[in-house]
Design a binder for this molecule. Sequence first.
Ligand code: NAD
Ligand code: TYD
Length: 371
Amino acid sequence: MFWPKNVLVTGGAGFIGSNFIHHIFKNSSFQGRIINVDVLTYAGNLENLVEIDRSYGNSRYFFEKVDICDTEPLQEIFKKYNVDSVIHFAAESHVDRSIYGPAEFIRSNIQGTFILLEAARKYWQNRKDVLFHYISTDEVYGSLGETGYFYEHTPFDPRSPYSASKASACHLVKSYFFTYGLPVTISNCSNNYGPYHFPEKLIPLMVTNAMDGKPLPIYGDGKNIRDWLYVVDHCAAILAVVKKGKRGEDYNIGGESEKTNVEVVTAICDILEEMYPLKDNPKRVNFPAGIKEYKDLITYVKDRPGHDRRYAVNCDKIKEELQWRPETDFPEGLRQTVQWYIDNPGWVEHVRSGEYKKWLNQNYGPRRGQP
Ligand code: NAD
Ligand code: TYD
């Protein structure tokens, strides 16, 4: 079993990265150091890690505000912290944004991965006691019809600039394994949900819009299917791959929980009706006329261009080889997620208003982190 000592986590201030940093410190026997490298785009928020910083800051947790496309500072970080593993989350992650502005996806997701691979290759030379783990997505496999699943051997068929950029990066990572012998692993995961999810993706957008009395925009006929996985289960799967995964291999990770978008949005409305009843909602006075229950806010809108119809992941390989399986069922995970958004209105307000950037400058300044 491989237990890294000095782990460079890229994109640790984002949704999955910050959940992963919580997970590795709190739910595992990890004894090493985490170096969080994040440039803090609109999606990166250090508030997600305040508790970690308080407990481990400058002893086992370090933050470096660096763009993964900047070669020199990245190479310095490898040296400064004697990095022996990389878990690479940093990316532009929203399909809709990739449709309206693909350039940043090409830069961060493809070029950024290349620069990170080069930094690792140069610093590690030919060491084998190191690891570069790449966090990818099931979206690289394209779109399924009514039946079938994505397997590790399913050919790539990306349909959006986002999924194409992730597929390109997967190919680069694999090429470094075959060409340079760099120890790599890749995981391809389905849609995550849970705390700290930026409220532009389906689940947090619907929860926060419903609480505010805003429309709940469902694209097309709402029958597109996603396979939902609670983010903490994803974090456990990543750790399993890092510790025990075979080098040079891909592992699919999924929730075995297929839902249409309408099912998801309706379930959110039902949970809110129970946990945060409309009749007691303080913002109710500002809701549009005629809204009697949260479901009345559902609005069907124009479909997303190139909208993938169905994703469903077969994760037998990781179950059999690494004894991982999803533990949180969708109704329970969704309840916990809705509760988190009810309990954290300040977080939602900060990420939405850009207020957190002011908070960041006041509290952290431009650059921070000591070895
Ligand atoms: P996110 O958008 O919430 O976070 C991305 C983080 O990366 C942010 O903190 C951002 O500041 C940082 N970042 C972006 N560009 C950077 C750059 N050039 N240099 C340094 N930092 C940069 O994304 P997420 O949902 O947490 O996704 C994390 C990873 O997991 C991504 O690679 C994504 O493709 C992958 N993934 C996500 C899902 C999902 O459902 N969210 C599913 C499968 C795979
Ligand atoms: P999203 O959370 O953007 O994840 P992805 O596109 O990576 O799967 O979207 C999940 C599904 O929800 C997808 O089928 C698009 C749909 N969707 C809506 O119907 N309305 C919305 O406002 C958003 C953001 C997504």
